[in-house]
Design a protein around this ligand. Structure first.
Ligand code: UDP
Length: 368
């Protein structure tokens, strides 16, 4: 059987790896980029030897034993506790907004009052999405909700999505809940780590197999699809069907990467700027693998609408109209024999890395 995987991102690479290793079948992988990994790609900067996350900060985190075990065949890990900051009134404070952030933002007496109210109402270690906290009728809780909404979520979300928090799907802001805890970590998953030699290296290891042939700089339009028995497509589903029902909207990003002549630029890998500047966040890459250099590399991240031919797709925009449009394409996709649509773009889902891997592994279970 001849298999074609379109896209050498995380989903495409898991799929090709499984075809090669589990089926022992030949597979061709193509990617339009001149590198593997899609949006998780990183590269080593020549001058400083720092691994740069080409498309923004990627911190692997999962509770799935299956995903962890699977990826661990292809990389060693650098354990990493992600403890970013957000700038509130010019000061870098703990993100997610938690009981430490309250201490950093208010005087002692005020902080104690709000901490007590949050703990008494919800209990320690509780996570509450900002849009849920905003529903409160309690005066003190309302004060906290308005403060966090204004200084953490409103400006950032308008920059990131072009919409206010209440105008986007509530699951998106719920990714970063208010955390009634002194735990400063962004994630609480059992496994939190960065591939020791970078993401691109992990992907290369997944694709390094006698059954796998990779063609970079290759668009799927250049491939004669009739020559394949199965096609695994990880691009955007609307593109596959020539946008016949219209274009699925996405948000896109651009990055200004700078090498700076100082050892550290900021105290942590990611600092968010909800209220200041045009960019949403600054990533300082050397923190991820604790890399040493007298210089440092930062990237400032800007959010835009996706425009075909101008920039790349990053985030599907979840709402009813877009889901309906996606479903139309999916109905057509289901008519095609042996063509499968996978990954963040193929499924039009805001997957984290572990969710993308799990979806690819579980998809595999259904076709074997
Ligand atoms: N968010 C915010 N302020 C922040 C961080 C996140 O408003 O400082 C909101 C924003 O809407 C963002 C969403 O929460 O798109 C999810 O944030 P996350 O850090 O998970 O985004 P990602 O790293 O996937 O871009």
């Amino acid at each position: 059987m001849k298999n074609l995987v379109i896209g050498a991102g995380l989903t495409g690479s898991v799929t090709a790896n499984l075809i090669a290793t589990k089926w022992n079948e030949k597979v061709i992988v193509i990617d339009k980029n001149n590198f593997v990994g899609g949006n998780i790609n990183d590269y080593v900067d020549e001058q400083t030897q720092i691994h740069v996350h080409r498309f923004g900060p990627h911190i692997f985190h999962t509770n799935s034993e299956r995903v962890w075990k699977y990826l661990s065949q292809y990389t060693d890990w650098h354990e990493y506790s992600f403890e970013p900051n957000v700038v509130i009134k010019g000061q870098k404070v703990t993100l997610p907004f938690n009981l430490n952030t309250i201490k950093q933002c208010f005087d002692k007496q005020t902080a104690e009052k709000y901490t007590k109210k949050l703990v008494d109402t919800y209990g320690m270690e509780h996570k509450i999405p900002i849009l849920e906290l905003k529903q409160t009728n309690d005066e003190d809780l309302k004060f906290i909700a308005d403060f966090v909404y204004k200084y953490v979520f409103e400006g950032y979300t308008v920059k990131q999505w072009g919409l206010k928090p209440e105008e986007i799907d509530e699951s998106i802001t719920a990714r970063v809940p208010i955390y009634i805890s002194y735990d400063n970590r962004y994630f609480q998953d059992k496994y939190q780590a960065i591939p020791k030699n970078g993401y691109a290296e992990m992907i290369k290891n997944m694709l390094y197999h006698k059954n796998i042939q990779i063609y970079l700089n290759t668009k799927y339009q250049d491939i004669l699809k009739e020559n394949f028995d199965r096609i695994f497509y990880t691009g955007s589903i609307d593109e596959f069907f020539n946008y016949k029902y219209g274009m699925l909207p996405y948000r896109s990003l651009t990055f200004d990467v700078e090498t700076i002549d100082c050892e550290y630029y900021q105290p942590t890998a990611m600092v968010n700027y909800p209220c200041d500047n045009d960019y949403t966040r600054i990533t300082e890459h050397k923190h991820f693998l604790n890399e040493k250099s007298s210089k440092t590399i930062i990237s400032k991240e800007y959010s835009h609408s996706f425009e075909l031919g101008k920039n790349e797709r990053y985030y599907p925009i979840k709402n009813d109209a877009n889901s309906e449009l996606y479903e139309k394409y999916l109905r057509d996709a289901k008519q095609l024999k042996n063509t499968y649509f996978l990954g963040r773009l193929g499924a039009y889902k805001y997957y984290n890395m572990d969710q993308a891997v799990l979806a690819a592994l579980e998809f595999w279970d259904t076709i074997t």
